[in-house]
Design a binder for this molecule. Sequence first.
Ligand SMILES: Cc1ncc(C[n+]2csc(CCOP(=O)(O)OP(=O)(O)O)c2C)c(N)n1
Ligand SMILES: [Mg+2]
Length: 790
Amino acid sequence: MHTIDRKPLSDTELARIDAYWRAANYLTVGQIYLLDNALLRRPIAVDDVKPRLLGHWGTSPGLNILYAHLDRVIARDDMNMIYVIGPGHGGPAILANSWLDGTYTETYPSITRDAAGMRALFRQFSFPGGVPSHVAPETPGSIHEGGELGYSISHAFGAAFDNPDLVVACVVGDGEAETGPLATSWHSNKFLDPVGDGAVLPILHLNGYKIANPTILARISDAELTDLFTGYGWDPYLVAGDDPAHVHQQLAGTIDHVLAEIRGIQQRARTGGDRSRPRWPMIVLRTPKGWTGPKEVDGLPIEGTWRALQVPLSAVREKPDHLALLEAWMRSYRPEELFDENGRPRTEIVGWLPAGDRRMGTNPHANGGRLLRDLTLPDPRDYEIPVPQPGATTGEATRKVGEYLRDVFRLNRDARDFRLFGPDETASNRLDATYDATAKTWEADVLPTDIALATDGRVMEILSETTCQGWLEGYLLTGRHGLFSCYEAFAHIVDSMFNQHAKWLYASRPLDWRRPIASLNYLLTSHVWQQDHNGFTHQDPGFIDLVINKKPEVVRVYLPPDGNTLVSTVDHCLRSRDHVNVIVAGKAPEPQWLSAADADLHCTRGLGVWEWASNDGGAEPDVVMASAGDVPTLEILAAVSLLRAHLPELKVRVVNVVDLMRLQPESEHPHGLSDRDYDSLFTADRPVIFAYHGYPWLIHRLTYRRNGHANLHVRGYKEEGTVTTPFDMVVRNDMDRFHLVMDVIDRVPSLGVKVAGVRQYMVDARTRHAEYVRAHGEDMPEVRDWTWVH
Ligand SMILES: Cc1ncc(C[n+]2csc(CCOP(=O)(O)OP(=O)(O)O)c2C)c(N)n1
Ligand SMILES: [Mg+2]
């Protein structure tokens, strides 16, 4: 590992940056501990101390020293830089810096930059009615909460893509570095184009510890650590020590050096035509955890150990010696040198900081909505699969989306603010028409047999769902647009990341200063019902169940039944803001039901009666046949055609649901239907047989308060599956047309015993099916060749 041992700081600069660091550390400790007496104008009294001491000190001095040194180069070189903080539990550190450079007061005018404001800054931290302890949406300059560790590097890369002027400094906790998502995200450097993208400067914060244990990376030799990062394609620089003056000089020299390296790489690629893959620099910062904090408390070592993580002095109100230690600790920063008599930071402390939007707290890239531009979108009707009659044509829904997205790339080529993300599945999900407009990003070696790889491609493919998700989140949070296409079952890999992003969006809603950002769009395909080569492991529609746990203001779920409805839905989602949209649609050839014009109407309503398939004449039906999802819709319609043939007197209404949230009451979700509208569609008292794409209980969960819920009977995926024929999948889960007819017979009171023969026919059909598929390996001709007949 390289070390840079120049001493670039003059004595004045060294004193200035150290004073700034002391001020930030002082404000950090004050937030964790003090209710009052912020400037220590008198000895700390027990009542000055918060009753509940909540926050994380250990990581904070490291975050603060980095903030100071990044500010130094931003101000000197007028740099465009944002700061992604992996150990986001160090929230008070970032609030301290934001208060010092004035961005906090500009964002929250009641927290003034004086004694009263400092007191308020301290009180509000981790306090009821106040601000979170993490680098949350509430924190100016943040695009990364860091509450759940592991995503700092992928967020940083997402921010850097298509921002050639931006440098994203990214601190990675050495504990965070043990997570799977973080470990794989080091490879992001094979996807960063030095010409069209900005740079990421990772800073591994090797403070040695996590909550209660040493970290792996701190307990291997420097040689092994060097090998690890060199192996990941980075060029690591070590900054190490516990003497502030030494660390200031080494850090300043190293940051100067690595920024020159970054500029050199960019210049060689941008003007020198060098297309070789660069080895980007990174920094390893080895400083003590809880540096400058109490060295020993109750006879136990604190500074430089895992005990420094949260509050080093935990019983300040109870133990006089803890109180004395707190006082000594805070006074060690010499607050009287840092703040004037009015509590304002002295000019020597803050006069040299960056100004305006160069401050990391107001850099517009960290409030991406400020930069967001509407995409230029093609007309979805230009991608119409012609549907002269419902069911008369067959089409591959996602292939049409591929063509639509190809043109989204073309129409927004110059703006460079749209990307498609996927874990190696873009072609498999039949979105490969996009390659006609742009390539797949790839900075590593290329062989003649490779297809559509280029250093400036806009389709991002890495076999890491977490990296795809992290990149996309970073890209969206910095004001761009994107779509993530993923096998449905493996969307679960990012369950937790989805949770975090949905929380971020929800917490951002009341913050007027955070401008709306483009929604996070998932296209889940290769879904549960279509797993020709794969089988049980690939059959899991549960991502939807997870998604609807989140706040209704934030989440949307769409189940378009065919190609034209899918393109219309994607078009809608690319226009939406501040949501997570989940679209589930198959890629296999399937019958098409609605023309583009009807699809638009249907998707705008979110659900509706399909009169062409109903025979209730708009009057009261005997049964409602409802569906959500492409395969369930096919089975419902096939069941309806059986009902027509076998029970022609039965009045059937067909309802299709695209927007799942319409099922909820309007009091529960902004898309919810009024009870009146719900009753008019589903009736208040008739049996409803509902074929649903996913786990059936979800539909009950959404409708439990509706009239007639006791008459609602849902079929869906019951965790039965393997590699088998498409129809056998629905039979195994009792969602097939024959079973749906049996469900009707069992639930419509007027039928029952009168139609025992019809019911028996259906039971026998299922038996015939079972024998046929086992004998022939494909579905019965009557199923395979079934078409909707008018
Ligand atoms: C995914 C995840 N697992 C566990 C935690 C609980 N946690 C909070 S802080 C922490 C230790 C972090 O250590 P490190 O990344 O080294 O940060 P630092 O030492 O800078 O505080 C852990 C395990 C978490 N926040 N996220
Ligand atoms: Mg650590």
